[in-house]
Every structure is written in structure tokens, then in C-alpha cells.
Design a protein around this ligand. Structure first.
Ligand SMILES: NC(=O)c1ccc[n+]([C@@H]2O[C@H](COP(=O)([O-])OP(=O)(O)OC[C@H]3O[C@@H](n4cnc5c(N)ncnc54)[C@H](O)[C@@H]3O)[C@@H](O)[C@H]2O)c1
Length: 407
């Protein structure tokens, strides 16, 4: 099976084999918004992937994100587990999420997609879209939940809903579990990579770009492991301290959209403009906000030894060639940030009961094992971590294709 990597889809020549299974372009009748749904692969009739909104969102971006979802699903295939990976999909709306009409645009897009959400597309929040907003719109469209389609392939939908209720009502140290699992997985991937490279957490430093769901939780769990968080970046700028920031205070006081409350900074913390984010010296860099933020223009400024992709597609292929040649490890998005998606399904299908205890154990086990497999394969074949992870995901995708039908 010939497939292009998610972050290279934009520049790839499209072959029939490499194309998505299904693509929809939606044009809003009331505004300039254009929306896309890409179903990259379908297994047992279902594909999974969130919906993002940002001004400038393009069909190629959504294609790349949908391909990433296929890899994030397939890499978690464990024969015998309750969770059998679904296909990968993604929705995207080209519209400013801060515009006063954003929720109305979202509602019209969801109305147009309702038949697919009912039967084919399990979806949820992504950049610029809040799950609570989606959940408020769906009942008016006769949809019970954003993952309604998956009820067709679960043995006991009521038990699945009960586990989901446990999971989504759990709170750990003032932050809800569903906002922690993704970043917890990123932190586990980072710690596994550090072990492979002989980096001691207690003497290591990290900069986190983005302090929302992914960045906030990654910062919490890296700090808990002893890593000094010397820089946090949000849409308003950089906060930094070479001796380490007080992550817990900043986490518990951040805004709903992931902005740091500057009034909670300590005496020796400093502030810099967002554009300075690569100037902070650190061993580990965690991009956890926008796509394409490490590119050919700024890759030379990266001083870290390890980049762990919490965001989707933050490193461009051109930048990665230079980084890899300089010995910088890039732990790819479809491994490092895969825990949120997998966790929803481990809970829904019953591999995990939805409690924080079982959730954290499962995520740590799987993300550590996947990271180790990726490092082993990269070393054996002298290839990049992304190429090694892609090979692992592709093998599992072939297995799923053999074991399960498209519909
Ligand atoms: N939420 C998830 O479960 C999940 C799972 C996998 C991947 N991702 C990816 O992770 C990334 C972040 O998602 P999230 O849900 O944490 O988002 P979020 O909306 O919760 O937080 C985004 C953060 O990025 C900051 N930010 C926005 N623009 C910025 C800029 N130009 N420079 C620096 N910081 C900026 C915001 O201030 C905020 O702190 C996205 O790429 C998303 O696709 C999210």
C-alpha cells in the first residue's frame, strides 16, 4: 500500500492509491466559510477524527490530518483487545474561530454533516472548536453524541456510555481527566525517548509551546517527573524562567482557551514576545499549538536535542531533514499525541473502565511500548523516528485491512 506521510501530503503528487477514501467540500450559504470532511480510510463502516476551525484551513491540511488519524488509529492495533482501530478522518472549517458568527457556522456545518455523523464519522473537538459547543448543537440535529456512529460496532452501548460518563466526569487535581490524557501520553513518549538518549529528567529542561489541553497536561506530567519547565508559550507571548516555572499554579489559573494568567507569575519569571519562543535554551521542545511552526525558515534556531510533537504536523518535512541530520530526535505526532484518541476508544470499547487509575496505567504502558518499538526499528534500519513509526503503523494497517472489512 503506497501512502504519503501526513505532513508531506500538501506537496505530494496524488496517486489513486494514495488518495483519501471520501472527501466533501461544503460552502456556507450565510458566510464566506468553507468546510471540509476527509475520510482517509474506513473500517467496519466507521472513521474517527476531530473537527478544527481556523482562518486559512485548507483541503490539503485536512487531508494530512485525516491521514494522521489513520496512522494514530492503526498504530494502536492490538489483536485480542476490545478496541479495534477505526479508519481515520478529519473535518476542517476555514473560518476565524474568534468571529461572533463562529458558532452559527459550526452549527450549519454540523447540520450538513449530520447523516455522516449518524452513521460514518465519529468526531469531536480539535483546534478552535470546543466539545461543549458541539454537544450543545447535536441534540437539535437528532444526534445523541458526536461518536454515535461507533455504537454500531460496540457490543453493549449502555455499558459503553456508563464508562464514558465515568471518564468524562473524572477530575484530577482540579483538571478534568479528558483534558489530561493527551498530554500525559505526550509526557510518557518524551520520558521514553529521554531514557533511550540517556537524558535524566531531573537535569533536563523543556519549553512547551501552547498551554491548552495538550500543552498544559504535558507540562504538568513532565514537571512531575522532575523536568524543569523553563518556558511556556501561548498566543500572547512567552513566559520563562531558567530555574523553572511554577507549572501547577499556571495550569490551575489559565483561561479556558489556554492563556497564562500573567498576574500569577513569580518575581524572577520573565516575559518575551511569542516570536522569541526558540530563543529559550532547553533540552526538549514540545510544540503543542499550531501546525507547521517549525519550518525551513526557523529550524536552525532549534537548540533542543529532542522535539516531541504534541500538536498535529508542527514540523515540516523540509525542517525535519535538517534537524535529523543535526542529530535532533523528532518524536512524531501520530505516536506522541495519540493517547487522546486511543483513550476515548479504550474506554468506549471496554479495555479501560474510565477511571483515572486505569486510564493512566494503560496510556503509560502503550505509549512507552510504542516509543520503544519506534526507537528499536529506527536503530535497526538506520531511519528516522517518523519513518520507523510510519512502517509500524503501515504494517498494522495492512493487518487491520486483512482482518476487517471496509463496511
Ligand atoms: N486536544 C486534543 O485532544 C488533541 C489531541 C491530539 C492533537 N492535538 C493537537 O494539539 C494542538 C493543540 O490542541 P489543544 O486542544 O491543546 O488546543 P487548545 O485550543 O486547548 O490550546 C491551544 C494553545 O495554543 C496557544 N496558541 C494559539 N496560537 C498560538 C501561536 N500562534 N503561538 C503560540 N501559541 C499559540 C493558545 O494560547 C493555547 O495555549 C493542535 O495542533 C491539535 O490539533 C490536540
Amino acid at each position: 500500500m503506497s501512502m504519503t506521510l501526513p505532513n508531506a501530503i500538501e506537496s505530494a503528487g496524488k496517486t489513486r492509491d494514495d488518495n483519501a477514501f471520501f472527501e466533501v467540500v461544503w460552502r456556507d450559504t450565510e458566510s464566506e466559510a468553507t468546510g471540509y470532511l476527509v475520510i482517509d480510510r474506513l473500517f467496519r463502516g466507521i472513521a474517527s477524527g476531530g473537527l478544527r476551525m481556523r482562518a486559512g484551513c485548507s483541503l490539503d491540511e485536512v487531508r494530512g490530518l485525516a491521514r494522521g488519524m489513520t496512522l494514530k488509529e492503526s498504530i494502536h492495533y492490538e489483536p485480542g483487545a476490545q478496541y479495534v482501530p477505526l479508519g481515520g478522518a478529519k473535518g476542517g472549517i476555514d473560518f476565524d474561530p474568534y468571529h461572533t458568527d463562529a458558532d452559527a457556522v459550526l452549527a450549519r456545518f454540523l447540520q450538513a454533516m449530520a447523516p455522516l455523523i449518524a452513521t460514518r464519522w465519529t468526531m469531536g473537538e480539535d483546534f478552535g472548536v470546543q466539545q461543549a459547543t458541539i454537544d450543545g448543537i447535536l441534540p437539535g440535529l437528532d444526534l445523541t453524541s458526536s461518536i454515535q456512529a461507533a455504537e454500531q460496532v460496540v457490543d453493549d452501548p449502555r455499558a459503553a456510555q456508563a464508562r464514558m460518563h465515568t471518564a468524562f466526569s473524572s477530575v484530577v487535581d482540579e483538571v478534568s481527566l479528558d483534558e489530561l490524557v493527551g498530554g500525559y501520553g505526550v509526557a510518557q513518549s518524551a520520558l521514553a525517548a529521554m531514557r533511550r538518549r540517556g537524558m535524566d529528567p531531573v537535569t533536563s529542561t523543556a519549553v512547551i509551546q501552547g498551554f491548552g489541553s495538550m500543552g498544559g497536561a504535558t507540562a504538568r506530567y513532565l514537571a512531575e517527573a522532575g523536568v524543569r519547565i523553563v518556558g511556556i508559550v501561548d498566543v500572547e507571548g512567552v513566559v520563562a524562567n531558567p530555574d523553572g516555572l511554577d507549572v501547577e499554579t499556571l495550569l490551575r489559573s489559565r483561561s479556558a482557551k489556554g492563556s497564562v494568567d500573567r498576574s500569577r507569575l513569580r518575581e524572577h519569571d520573565t516575559q518575551r514576545p511569542t516570536s522569541d519562543w526558540l530563543a529559550i535554551d532547553a533540552d526538549i521542545l514540545v510544540p503543542a499549538s499550531v501546525s507547521y511552526c517549525i519550518n525551513e525558515d526557523n529550524q536552525a534556531d532549534v537548540r533542543a536535542r529532542l522535539i516531541v510533537e504534541a500538536a498535529n504536523m508542527p514540523v515540516t518535512p523540509e525542517a525535519e531533514i535538517h534537524l535529523t541530520a543535526r542529530g535532533v530526535d523528532v518524536s512524531p505526532d501520530f505516536v506522541a499525541n495519540s493517547a487522546t484518541n486511543a483513550w476515548w476508544w479504550w474506554v468506549f470499547f471496554g479495555d479501560v473502565d474510565g477511571t483515572p487509575e486505569q486510564s493512566f496505567v494503560k496510556i503509560a504502558d502503550r505509549l512507552t511500548a510504542l516509543s520503544d518499538e519506534m526507537f528499536d526499528r529506527a536503530a535497526e534500519q538506520n531511519i528516522s523516528l517518523r519513518a520507523a513509526a510510519f512502517a509500524l503503523a503501515s504494517c498494522r494497517l495492512d493487518e487491520i485491512s486483512n482482518d476487517f472489512p471496509t463496511y
